[in-house]
Design a binder for this molecule. Sequence first.
Ligand code: ACM
Length: 498
Amino acid sequence: MFHSCSEKIETDLTQTAFIPKPVSVEATGSAFVVNSSTIIYVQEGIQGLLPAAEILAKNINQLTGKSVATETVSSAPAKGIYLTVAADGGLAAEGYKLNIGEKLITVEGADAAGCFFGVQTLLQTLPVKVATDQPVYFPTGVVEDHPEFGYRGAMLDVARHFFNVEEVKQFIDFLAMYKMNVLHLHLTDDQGWRIEIKSWPKLTEIGGKTEVGGGEGGFYTQEQYKELVQYAADRQIMIVPEIDMPGHTNAALASYAELNCDGKATELYTGTKVGFSTLCTDKEVTYQFVDDVIRELAELTPGPFIHIGGDESHVTAHDDYVYFVNRVQQIVVKHGKKIIGWDEIANAELVNDVTVQFWDDIENTTMGVQKGAKVLMSPAARAYLDMQYDSTTHLGLHWAGYIEVDHGYNWDPATLVEGVTKDDIIGIEAPLWSETVTNIDEVEYMTFPRLPGYAEIGWTAPAERNWDEYKTRLAKHGKRFEAWGIDYYKSALVPWEE
Ligand code: ACM
């Protein structure tokens, strides 16, 4: 036996526990060994590639203690790692081709997003830890891949409990590792208003001051919010901001007396009831307020969507609700954005290009489709990250049932709701409501290990997914969660590796 540096390392890329599962993986049996002269090259002139290179470099550096450099080039190098965008348009949107050779790794994306996702695939081939005297290498082969749905998201409720900028960035990192591309921020609710609106400053001065349980709450300044938008964009994630209305508005109603029909400000609220608040739908000032909020928010939002909430407006009369949602849609359109709303908004007349977020009501959702809307799939009984795993889970709620890891994984968005087909659906989103979730450790516990499953539902075709095979891949991610310091639920249904 020879034990030299040039000894061939045998590998099998097909054995990597990729999540989400790629369209195709082919192994060529050898290795690309990382050394101190490895350079990550980025194709010149393509917006958005450099952050992917920097994230790849940072991960390699952390694993190896070696510092790999990044460099911009105008043509493909002969060796190293090369991030490039396909010139011929032959790849599906967000798709990529990852070609790992012994000397050269090429991550070719359909676009910068595809390239970023290819980098995430490459990173999953690395071990969690490497002994200092061992080589760090990538197994050789080819991965070709693209997503099933264009919208693959999670929601964080920062209103019931506030999560600061650093915590939201951690959540963004979790999404990025699994090729999710949307973070929906539920920015306002009865218990808190979390985004600075310069034309209505008391929303945060008063409405941002507390949270469920009476803690100190908080809010994002517009500068902090822009920082989050950029941090997400560097990871190919779009932030969808939600202003929930006309219900779920007590924080606004406590901040400004004139938004109430009786002209009296309400008290701040720190409990967890829903459905008791409403903006005054027949006062003009309400629409001035909505216009100002949406205008400022649209200016902070590079993505196409603004989420207008619309759920559980139990104290708004039906006709008032319809009138309000109709007017709010016009305001969002005027500010150049598209509307997403919870499934109740299907009761209004829908403008073009509305997306109804299915969470609860099948009739609302199918009515939305009949009115020409698209659907975002967030069935509470399958996709709510705040639902408990089982009756012993110490956090979370169970009004929509328990969601063990298999139950969260084992469904197909395109067949779950009769009358809603694949063509109607833009994608899936897993919401984390924060009535019971107070800090990032608790976020992690409810999010992991279910999040990778939602990512796979969004990315991988249903014919390629089955729980018995998936659980063996998920089992191998337990060590990753531990290495990342993620506090996760060690479901007995998953054969975790010791
Ligand atoms: C919701 O869970 N109220 C959308």
